[in-house]
Write a protein that binds this ligand. Sequence first.
Ligand code: APR
Length: 236
Amino acid sequence: MNDVKPRLVISTGAGMSAESGISTFRDSGGLWENYNVMDVASADGFARNPKLVHEFYNARRRDLLKALPNAGHLALRELEKYYDVYIITQNVDDLHERAGSSNILHLHGELMKVRTIEEPTRIYTLDEEHIETTPDSIDADGNHLRPHIVFFQEAVPNIERAIEWTQLADIFVVIGTSLAVYPAASLLHYVRRGVPVYYIDPNPAPVSADVTVIRKGASEGIAELTRILEENLRGE
Ligand code: APR
């Protein structure tokens, strides 16, 4: 009996957290309609006006504290009963963690973490009582704190590991992303030939014909995917 579980690798974007009440970026009413991304989420913007950037992420944290994992997050955790599940997320929220998923890799950083500018490997997790930072926030050694977020114009340190995970996938799933931002969007190209790819999104970006598109929201779409995978497992 082959008791090694198939490896299910899932790449999630902002649409994964939409049903938790977290704004996406490029949908109508999304964050980039109300903020200039280069002012609040780029290295140049942070250098130009760090106060504005700290305030942007303080507001994101306030939103996150009001959010809960949705049925889609919980369904991904449930899939761990049958699969070795690896989640690569562009999201900076901690909803996959709070849903109980085991293997999570953040490509664009983590909202509830800050790091010091002087020593970037010094990373702290904010507690819920102290989620606001300013350009004058410092750690015990006087190092200045910044959001532990990958700004535009900055490298994506976890992309190599994300590519390794993708190359080992027996099934690859993309959920709730416009596939507009690289290198995250390039992961699709690292899936081994013959590995089935599913894309769950109510308004999907154009993808190649061999991708199975489930044109639904995350919770409904993951429920449908789970049914498809169960049939495949029974069929084996
Ligand atoms: N369920 C699933 N997907 C949804 C839902 C939902 N309920 N609602 C919206 N979507 C989809 C949209 O159709 C869109 O394809 O989620 C996607 C959101 O796209 P973006 O807003 O571009 O978010 P994302 O692709 O994650 O952005 C990537 O851009 O600004 C940067 O760093 C930021 O990580 C972010 C990156």
